[in-house]
Structure formats: C-alpha cells, structure tokens
Design a protein around this ligand. Structure first.
Ligand code: HEM
Ligand SMILES: *[C@@H]1O[C@H](CO)[C@@H](O)[C@H](O)[C@H]1NC(C)=O
Ligand SMILES: *[C@@H]1O[C@H](CO)[C@@H](O)[C@H](O)[C@H]1NC(C)=O
Ligand SMILES: *[C@@H]1O[C@H](CO)[C@@H](O)[C@H](O)[C@H]1NC(C)=O
Ligand SMILES: *[C@@H]1O[C@H](CO)[C@@H](O)[C@H](O)[C@H]1NC(C)=O
Ligand SMILES: *[C@@H]1O[C@H](CO)[C@@H](O)[C@H](O)[C@H]1NC(C)=O
Ligand SMILES: *[C@@H]1O[C@H](CO)[C@@H](O)[C@H](O)[C@H]1NC(C)=O
Ligand SMILES: *[C@@H]1O[C@H](CO)[C@@H](O)[C@H](O)[C@H]1NC(C)=O
Length: 491
C-alpha cells in the first residue's frame, strides 16, 4: 500500500466521521440531560433504588446520588430511562402539569393488579369521571354528617377490644380499624362478619402482590395476588347482583344511607367492570395507607413525651367541655378544635412518608431549569426527599409537631407548609386526604384519653419502599379510664 493511498484512506475516513457527526448533531441537538448514570443494562439502578431503608431517612441510594449529582438526576429504573427529582420546585411543577407535560405512569404490574379502570391508571376524561365519583363520596359535607360519626364508632370498637397490659401488634389493630370503616362505607359490610374477615384476608395477599416483582409464575406473590384480585372481584360482583335484584323490587337504600356501591350503581353510567375496579382500588387505597399513618403516630409519640403531654391536655379539655354540655359523640366542631393534633398529624405524615414517590412520565419534551427531559422518559417526584430536606425543614429527622404552629410568622412555617406534599398534588391530589386526617385525629383522641402505651422490643418503620414495620409494631397498652373519666363507654 503506498503512502498516498494510506493518506487518502485516512482523509476519507476522517471526512466520513465528520459527516456522520454533523448528521447526528443536526438530527438530534445535544440534550442537556440531568447528570447521573444509567447503571446495568435493563436492570439499571433499580435494585439499589428499591433496597429497604429506615423510613425517616431518604436512604443510602438517594443520599449518595443527591450528593454526587444534585436533587435532579437521571437513572435507569424499572427498565426505563428515568429522571428522579428530590427538588421541591420541580415536584410541584410535575404535579401541576399533569395531563399537559406529564402523565401518571405506574408500572405494568400495578395495572395488572389494580385493573385498567383503576384511578391510578386512568387519564383524561375517564379519570375525571371516576375521581368525581370518589370525591362526591368523600366530600366535605359527607365527612361532617356521615363519616365522622362512623369513624368514631369504628375507633371505639377497636380500642374497646384492647386487653389491659397486653402486648399486641399496633399495625394489625390500625388495619382492623381502617378496613372495617372503609368496608362498611363501600359495601355495607359489618365488622367481625365472616364475609368481612374473608375479604380482609384476600386484601393481605393482594397487598403483597401489589408490591412484589411482577412475575406471573406459579407460587409467586404476584400470581397469588392476581388470584386474590379475581376473588375480590367475584365477591363485589355478587354484591352488585344482590343490589340490582333489591333495586328492582323497589327496596333501595334510603337517601344518604347509600354505600359507594349503591351510589355508583344508581348515579353513574359506569359499566360493571368499571365499578368493580373502582371499588377494589378504593378499598385498597382507603385502608393500607391510613393504617400505616396511624401506626406511625403510635410509634413517634412515645419518643416525644412533651408532645404526648400537650396532646393529652388538648383532648382532656375537649372531653371535659363535652361532659359539661352532656354531649357524647364527637362533632365537626370538636374536630376543628384539635389544633395541636392537626400539627401531630401533619408531622407524622411528613416524617413517616407513607407514599414516598410517585410514578410519572413526560408526554412532551420538557425543559426545566436548563435541563432537558425527553418525551417518554419516566419521571419520579420523590415527596419524601423534600420532606426530609434540611434546607427546608430544620432538623428534619426530629419529630417536632411545633414546626406546624405559628401561621403568622413567615420563615419556617412558610417552608413547612409550602413544601408538604404527603397527598400528592394537582388534579390527582389524594381523594381520601381529608378522611385519613379525620381517621388519624379521632383515633388519637380516644387512644390518648384511654390508654398509656409503650413500644415493646425494637421495631422501626422501613421503606420497602412502601412503609411497614417488620415486626408489626408491638405495643403494650395500659387502660387509663380509672384515672380520668373519659369516654370508652360510648357505643
Ligand atoms: C395517610 C393516608 C394516605 C396517603 C398518605 C395518601 C396518599 C396519596 C397520594 C400521594 C396520592 C397521589 C398518587 C399519584 O398522584 O400518583 C393518592 C391518591 C389517591 N388516594 Fe390517597 N392517600 C391516603 C389515604 C387515602 C384514603 C383513605 C383514600 C380513600 C378512601 C384514598 C384514596 C385515593 C384515591 C382515590 C387516589 C387517586 C386520586 C386521583 O388519581 O385522582 N387515599 N393518595
Ligand atoms: C360530578 O358530580 C356532580 C355531583 O354528582 C355532578 O353534578 C357533575 O355533573 C359531575 N361532573 C362530571 C364531570 O362528571
Ligand atoms: C396493669 O399494669 C398496671 C401497672 O403496671 C397495674 O396497676 C394494673 O393493675 C394492671 N392491670 C391489669 C388488668 O393487670
Ligand atoms: C357517561 O356519560 C358521560 C356523559 O353524560 C360520558 O361523557 C361518559 O363517557 C359516560 N361514561 C361511560 C363509562 O360510558
Ligand atoms: C397540615 O397540612 C395541610 C396541607 O396538607 C395544611 O393545609 C394545614 O394547614 C396543615 N396544618 C397545620 C396545623 O399546619
Ligand atoms: C426557610 O425559608 C427561609 C426563607 O424563606 C430561609 O431563610 C430558611 O433558611 C429556610 N429554611 C429553614 C430550615 O427554615
Ligand atoms: C394569626 O393572625 C390571626 C389574624 O391575623 C390572629 O387571629 C391569630 O391569633 C394569629 N395567630 C398567631 C399564632 O399569632
Ligand atoms: C370522675 O367521676 C366521678 C363521679 O362521676 C367524680 O367524682 C370524679 O371527681 C371524676 N374524676 C375526675 C378525675 O374527673
């Protein structure tokens, strides 16, 4: 090969390379993606991201990534390229632009289990319609008139069953309370009933599947959960048939006494399949989360005796003034008076982070603070990382209900209030947020008036990433009713 031939080859290769590069460049302007690494092929960094860690922290994975890349970084999660956000402003931006720039996008496994008509899957008009039904059912007016009374009733039912000085799982008790309540209001099931217990057992299997790897193989948690899903649907469908028959005979429920199933059957044009998925996912959303939140309060409070004391004073005072007027049942005004309790509720949700992050995807090319987020990428707003950010919350890992006080002082309360997103936001703000706060407050009311409790053994909430207590949160409760005349005798 001659020198000139070699030079020619070299030159033409360089030319070709330049051409290729300019072509690529012209076709795809360089994107300024957030920093980060994509990890292994397919698996990406999913294993590190999902590794369990203490729930009052953001976990080793997030800490490391935020330290290296900042609060917005790219990764590869759940088999897709993803942008992770621990940035309060960006999280708000994502939630406010639902349907415009971003859209809900839960993994396929969740879709298989909750159903294609679940509200966590639907978008657009169909989502709006389903949401409207849920909001009507959980409306402020219904909370005041119907739900409050029943929340109290179901609280007392559970607390009354506690045996003095016995040790038991607080998670199991909280679940009993929230499940009984929601099953009553969705399907008119009575607590303790054979049917109710059977449905509760199905939901335990169901829960395990929602959070497991989506392997549809014999013996896997996912396969068992699909079986539970079909059992639950069959159960609800039988109820529906019973209702249709009853309605034809003209013996429908009284106005206001309807459960959600009646309501959906009478006042919506949803198909049977749609009603089934709606009830199934509301039963699920309506008890798994708020029971964990109640357990978290039971866990945090003994670590903060001053809060315990102030809570007790607040509720003894409410109890005392009710005794004076001869009122027995709690009212909406009593609930509004539980000011410090509201701080405890918010603080529990902030520190415990029941729902740690949401699943979204970009439905357009998005530019945010100089970063490009390509259309189709997964976007994960991590609510927990904002709630535990020391730049926004002073000593974020401390349980400090007083940080919620002092609306008039700017500074710290502003930070606290503006960056709190335990229930998500935008057009998908949790439909059950007011109900779950009411459940927490009324449960705390009767708990603190009637029991002194301590934690038994060592247990702590872990993020799997769903939050749970690995040992079920054992507590020992001692009845207080002999010391101050409070009110367990209400039915
Ligand atoms: C402490 C308890 C709870 C927490 C922390 C919580 C949190 C959340 C969050 C963060 C979302 C937004 C999901 C997303 O945008 O991807 C959500 C949605 C939802 N939650 Fe809750 N939730 C709780 C209790 C409840 C209860 C008791 C119910 C019902 C009885 C409920 C019903 C719903 C429904 C229906 C949605 C879907 C709303 C929509 O897509 O329009 N939640 N929840
Ligand atoms: C939402 O519910 C209300 C009350 O039942 C009803 O009047 C309204 O038409 C519904 N809106 C939509 C968009 O379905
Ligand atoms: C429970 O324990 C307390 C103090 O340890 C004691 O005073 C009380 O009598 C015990 N109650 C029962 C029913 O054993
Ligand atoms: C119910 O009716 C509304 C209009 O009244 C319509 O927009 C909606 O698509 C219907 N829903 C179903 C499930 O057919
Ligand atoms: C608790 O958080 C909610 C936002 O979800 C806020 O509107 C409310 O004012 C907070 N409560 C207190 C006592 O700060
Ligand atoms: C809260 O916000 C103010 C400014 O509004 C800021 O100076 C302060 O450092 C923030 N952080 C905390 C932990 O209060
Ligand atoms: C906040 O301001 C309102 C009215 O401006 C006042 O009634 C209230 O007492 C103030 N609260 C505190 C904690 O200063
Ligand atoms: C409890 O009630 C009894 C009579 O009903 C009363 O004598 C006693 O003082 C009350 N105790 C407290 C702590 O209020």
């Amino acid at each position: 090969m001659s020198d000139s031939h070699l030079t020619f080859c070299l030159l033409s290769s360089i030319l070709a390379l330049i051409l290729i590069f300019t072509f690529i460049k012209r076709k795809k302007p360089t994107l300024n993606l957030p920093p980060g690494q994509m990890g292994w092929p397919f698996l990406g960094e999913t294993i590190g991201y999902l590794k369990p860690y203490p729930a009052i922290t953001i976990g080793h994975f997030m800490e490391k990534h935020i330290a290296r890349y900042g609060t917005i970084y790219k990764s590869n999660l759940f088999g897709e390229p993803a942008i992770v956000s621990a940035d309060a402003g960006f999280n708000r931006f994502i939630l406010q632009n639902e349907g415009k720039l971003f859209e809900i996008s839960y993994p396929k496994s969740v879709r298989g289990i909750l159903g294609k008509w679940s509200m966590l899957v639907l978008v657009g008009d169909m989502h709006r319609e389903m949401r409207n039904i849920s909001l009507n059912f959980l409306s402020h007016a219904r909370l005041r008139t119907h739900l409050l009374k029943d929340v109290e009733k179901h609280t007392l039912l559970v607390l009354n069953s506690w045996k003095d000085n016995c040790t038991f799982s607080a998670i199991a008790e909280a679940k009993k309370f929230t499940f009984n309540f929601i099953a009553k209001h969705m399907l008119s099931l009575d607590p303790g009933n054979h049917e109710t217990e059977q449905l509760k057992r199905e939901y335990v299997t169901f829960m395990k599947g929602v959070i497991s790897a989506p392997l549809n193989l014999p013996g896997t948690a996912y396969r068992k959960a699909l079986k539970s899903r079909s059992n639950i649907l069959k159960f609800i469908e039988e109820k529906m048939e019973g209702r249709s028959k009853r309605n034809q005979e003209g013996k429908g429920s009284l106005e206001g006494e309807e459960d959600l199933l009646d309501w959906a059957m009478m006042h919506s044009n949803l198909s049977t399949e749609q009603i089934l998925d709606l009830i199934l996912s509301l039963l699920f959303a309506g008890h798994e989360t708020s029971s964990i939140a109640i357990a978290l309060a039971i866990y945090f409070l003994p670590g903060c005796p001053r809060a315990m004391q102030q809570l007790r004073e607040e509720h003894v005072e409410i109890d005392r003034s009710k005794k004076q007027t001869g009122e027995v049942e709690l009212t909406w005004d009593d609930y509004k008076r539980m000011e410090f309790t509201h701080c405890v509720v918010n603080e529990t949700l902030r520190l415990g982070n029941v729902v740690r992050y949401l699943h979204r995807k970009a439905i357009k090319d998005v530019r945010y603070k100089g970063y490009d987020i390509p259309c189709g990428w997964k976007v994960l707003p991590v609510l927990a990382a904002v709630h535990l950010d020391p730049a926004l919350f002073d000593q974020p890992q401390q349980f400090n209900p007083w940080r919620w006080q002092g609306k008039n002082k700017s500074g710290s309360w502003q930070n606290t209030s503006n960056n709190f997103m335990a229930f998500g936001g935008g057009i998908r703000l949790c439909a059950g947020s007011e109900l779950s706060k009411l459940e927490m407050a009324l449960f705390i009311h009767h708990l603190i008036l009637n029991y002194h409790w301590e934690l038994v053994g060592t247990d702590q909430p872990l993020a799997y990433p769903f939050v749970d207590f690995p040992k079920g949160l054992s507590i020992k409760a001692e009845a207080l009713s002999k010391y101050h005349n409070s009110s367990l005798e209400t039915t």
